[in-house]
Write a protein that binds this ligand. Structure first.
Ligand SMILES: CC(C)(COP(=O)(O)OP(=O)(O)OC[C@H]1O[C@@H](n2cnc3c(N)ncnc32)[C@H](O)[C@@H]1OP(=O)(O)O)[C@@H](O)C(=O)NCCC(=O)NCCS
Length: 160
């Protein structure tokens, strides 16, 4: 398996992998998200910016892209003391999960951040997505913010 920076040539694969992630999120966690968003002009613009201005990497097995991570170092601002590396989204295609590819993508992103003097990291996950949360816990992330919602279209953890 090889991890490399994504280029514009990877656009179609990135849109497909994001769509795989979105379908899973809509089906299992958040039906308020808009299906097929990645293929819209906004989705394409988002990935263009993530490839050219932020950090997007892909994992290849036998020259085929099987996963990606889109992340960024947040802009310096006047209300936070430290910058941090934020994972925007990550997906490994279903057939290739559980083989260490997601871990390799995260470690690669962390390496990039550390080379740029960034030691802090952040990712947002749906509270109901225990699989993703367990994955991040194994990588050393701890729970921090809690988002509370009144939204009749979704079920929250406290309703279970
Ligand atoms: C989450 C995801 C990126 C992890 O990538 P992966 O290549 O499957 O992860 P790894 O093989 O590196 O797994 C690392 C550890 O996390 C655990 N883990 C990963 N996915 C898991 C899952 N779905 N359920 C339970 N544990 C999981 C593994 O057991 C593994 O632990 P181990 O090394 O002790 O066996 C991948 O499963 C995926 O794309 N899921 C769908 C999209 C998604 O949830 N994205 C994140 C949204 S916030």
């Amino acid at each position: 398996m090889k991890i490399r920076r994504a280029s514009m040539k990877d656009m179609k694969t990135l849109l497909d992998l994001y769509d795989e992630l979105l379908e899973l999120e809509i089906a299992k966690y958040d039906p308020t998200l808009i299906p097929k968003w990645s293929y819209t002009k906004h989705g394409i613009k988002y990935f263009t910016e993530m490839i050219n201005g932020s950090y997007t990497s892909v994992a290849e097995v036998d020259d085929k892209v099987v996963g990606y991570l889109a992340g960024k170092i947040n802009e310096k601002n006047d209300y936070e003391l430290y910058q941090y590396g934020e994972i925007d989204n990550i997906c490994v295609t279903k057939e290739c999960r559980g083989q260490g590819i997601g871990t390799a993508l995260i470690k690669d992103f962390m390496g990039y951040c550390k080379e740029n003097g960034i030691e802090d990291f952040k990712v947002v996950a749906c509270a109901k997505d225990r699989d993703a949360i367990n994955f991040y816990h194994k990588l050393g992330f701890g729970d921090f913010d809690v988002t509370l919602t009144i939204n009749p279209k979704v079920k929250t953890l406290t309703e279970d």
